[in-house]
Design a protein around this ligand. Sequence first.
Ligand SMILES: *Cc1c(COP(=O)(O)O)cnc(C)c1O
Length: 421
Amino acid sequence: MAEKRCPLNREQLEALAQRFPTPFHLYDEAGIRGNARRLKAAFAWNPGFKEYFAVKATPNPYILKILRAEGFGADCSSMGELLLSEQVGMRGGDIMFTSNDTPAYEYAKAMELGAIINLDDITHIEYLEEHTGLPDLVCCRYNPGALKAGNAIIGHPEEAKYGFTREQLFEGYRILRDKGVRRFGLHTMVASNELEISYFLETAHMLFELVGELSATLGIGFEFVNLGGGIGIPYRPAQEPVDLEALGEGVRALYEQWIVGKGLGPLDIRMECGRMVTGPYGWLVSRVLHRKNTYKQYVGLDACMANLMRPAMYGAYHHITVAGKEDAACDFVCDVTGSLCENNDKFAIDRAMPQADVGDLVVIHDAGAHGHAMGFNYNAKLRSAELLRREDGTIVPIRRAETVADYFATLDMEGLEAFPA
Ligand SMILES: *Cc1c(COP(=O)(O)O)cnc(C)c1O
């Protein structure tokens, strides 16, 4: 059973909160770097291995800079994510543009950066050609439909909006080949927050076999397969993290069998994980504002789902500890709430935890991915600051908290004339 600890103790958090009012998100650079290195080491057997960090998980340029220094690229799906990646110096093969329902101006920006274009649909071949022309290298996203079992967050592949069907994939690469495209990649993303290695091995097997079939049928070669993201993290203390070394070795065995053994390759393995890269190394720190005892016990925080919406949105579990009471008995059952006028604004329901008193600091764990990123302004709530604990232990802000002026900024109609009647 993994123990969930924040790198700062109560005194350190209190001192930090004097300078940066709660709530705030805190990230740990050493943790992120160590984890990035473990992932790379697990796939070191594949010389072309590259992880493209899914920017949406933690879209902060300071975090992206750290990951770039570790050799990661960026997986983008929007204009803003492309601009963030560009800002930290990524270009060309550093960027995978995996979008869907894509507007032409985003394709144009991706092409300008030389990003690897990953098409979500067969109709986008023509759309891309018409708006920007086709690049040299094109990747297509495969949706295996009923051929692959689903997983809880992403659902059954046949219900997912993403990707080409199997038939469309053969047709799509044929069209691309006939239009003069010479370099190819193959992508899929069928899992989210999955902790079972076998799930990823099935995916790798599926893609390796498909590379063989597509190559033989169409007389084309593939440079890479992208296994997508979706590696889960142990949000619950009783869960175990994915054994990356075992995952790497498992993919290697399949590669030997289905790529090397079939006279194919060399083929680069690509991934685009987000959650597992930063998730465990981020904490949402908040203070207890109120205790309330009605039909249930409530602990009211100064954070709300605008700071972390996963529990409210998916019923997701996030472990919660009370600073300074890490070793106290969990003999107090309560709902941990925010202040939105929405009854689902709860970080935990019927959670057994130590007695949390008004004024205590509470740490919500595993908030490093899809945490601040999903923030929003409902109820005129302002998004919190993001802080980074550097490797030398100093803590720097990497995003300031929003102010009321930010909230009012889009209400300035100066210079906007009325549309004529
Ligand atoms: C969200 C997403 C990812 C990252 O998923 P994680 O679960 O954070 O690893 C990767 N690729 C695509 C296309 C995505 O939509």
